[in-house]
Design a protein around this ligand. Structure first.
Ligand SMILES: NC(=O)C1=CN([C@@H]2O[C@H](COP(=O)(O)OP(=O)(O)OC[C@H]3O[C@@H](n4cnc5c(N)ncnc54)[C@H](O)[C@@H]3O)[C@@H](O)[C@H]2O)C=CC1
Ligand SMILES: O=C([O-])CC(=O)C(=O)O
Length: 345
């Protein structure tokens, strides 16, 4: 039993700071949109375990009050409330939120690319972004719904159209790529994954995902290198295949989303030097027409504090980056154009 308790504590150790407790001064309302889904439920659970969160607001088109009632019995201090679907529910859910996580939308089935989700998820994200732009224009927006390379630019266009766009507060959550890249190298090298932190740059689909192993001091060669990179780039497909039509990564994504939210909370609550790769409005490749890009970003009380350049690359990594930039440009422009042509009601 004690072993079980120790294992549970270790599992949540990265998410919890036991000495930290939200006070009136740093009270933080976090909203999850799509909270009753495969990602939304475990993500909400992990946020309930985070002492930096004082209020958890859950919204979905179905089932959020039930998820909230369940999670609210967990013996941590934060208040949890689930909201009914509709304009009033989403407005109340979002009012006063400092962080909004959006995992609402459909997941992939085998044989689909993330871009195949565009037609369904673009309008879901647009409508939720509109509600957020009205109710909590200063919140940090964390976009999980795929295709992230397009849903982040869609969110930006909506905020721009309402005159409240702040590029420092919009994040595409690419943390799962970092988590996978770190776990997969630890399997190859027999190291502790907790000590690995592989930087992953670019975007969040296939060839746009570029792991930078050389910066962690690793140099894989030949087929071992190619297989590693392919596994990081197509890790999502591995899960989609294994689930056989029942969706894509949910549990690992919930962990990754909770980790990114925790990093933002730490930075917002005064911790310096908090750095995570994330897909943001970025100057790095704007001269090549790529207006959003994931690289290491230092987080602070105002969101994005400093966007780090990608740093030194091997010739091989440079080749991966060149392919990434080409794909990424198309994904971004597709989202921007769609949002401009489909402003919704
Ligand atoms: N960024 C990343 O690394 C990852 C992103 N994803 C993406 O996250 C999204 C969600 O995946 P799952 O949770 O597995 O899907 P899911 O289908 O299990 O859950 C989605 C939830 O969104 C809700 N929803 C749909 N329309 C909504 C709306 N207008 N307002 C509020 N809620 C709404 C649904 O009712 C459902 O509960 C997918 O697009 C998936 O591709 C998945 C894994 C990793
Ligand atoms: O593969 C998918 O569709 C879900 C996802 O983004 C991931 O697992 O990285």
């Amino acid at each position: 039993m004690f072993a079980t308790r120790r294992a549970t504590q270790a599992a949540f150790g990265a998410l919890q700071s036991r000495s930290f407790s939200a006070t009136a001064a740093n009270a933080t309302k976090v909203a999850v949109l799509g909270a009753a889904g495969g990602i939304g439920q475990p993500l909400s659970l992990l946020l309930k375990l985070n002492p930096r969160v004082s209020e958890l607001a859950l919204y979905d088109i179905k089932g959020a009050p039930g998820v909230a009632a369940d999670i609210s019995h967990i013996n941590t201090k934060s208040i949890v409330k689930g909201y009914e679907p509709g304009a009033e529910g989403i407005k109340e859910c979002l009012t006063g939120a400092q962080i909004v996580l959006i995992p609402a939308g459909v997941p992939r089935k085998p044989g689909m690319t993330r871009d195949d989700l565009f037609n369904t998820n673009a309008s879901i994200v647009r409508d939720l972004a509109k509600a957020a732009a009205d109710a909590c224009p200063d919140a940090n927006m964390l976009i999980i719904s795929n295709p992230v390379n397009s849903t982040v630019p869609i969110t930006a266009e909506i905020f721009k159209s309402k005159g409240v766009y702040n590029p420092k507060r919009l994040f595409g959550v690419t943390t799962l790529d970092v988590v996978r890249a770190s776990r997969f190298i630890s399997q190859l090298k027999n190291t502790d994954p907790a000590n690995e932190n592989i930087t992953v740059v670019g975007g969040h689909s296939g060839a746009t995902i570029v792991p930078l192993l050389s910066q962690a001091g690793y140099s894989l060669e030949g087929s071992e290198r190619d297989e590693y990179v392919k596994r990081v780039q197509f890790g999502g497909d591995e899960v989609v295949q294994a689930k056989g039509g029942a969706g894509s990564a949910t549990l690992s994504m919930a962990m990754a989303g909770a980790r990114f939210a925790e990093s933002l909370l730490k930075a917002a609550q005064g911790q310096s030097g908090v750095i995570e790769p994330t897909f943001v409005d970025s100057p790095l490749y704007k001269d090549q027409g790529v207006t959003y890009f994931a690289s290491n970003v230092e987080l602070g009380p105002n969101g994005v504090e400093k966007i780090h350049p990608v740093g030194n690359l091997t010739d091989y990594e440079q080749q991966l980056l060149d392919v990434c930039l080409k794909d990424l440009k198309g994904n971004i422009e597709k989202g921007q154009k769609w949002a401009q042509e489909n402003p919704g009601n």
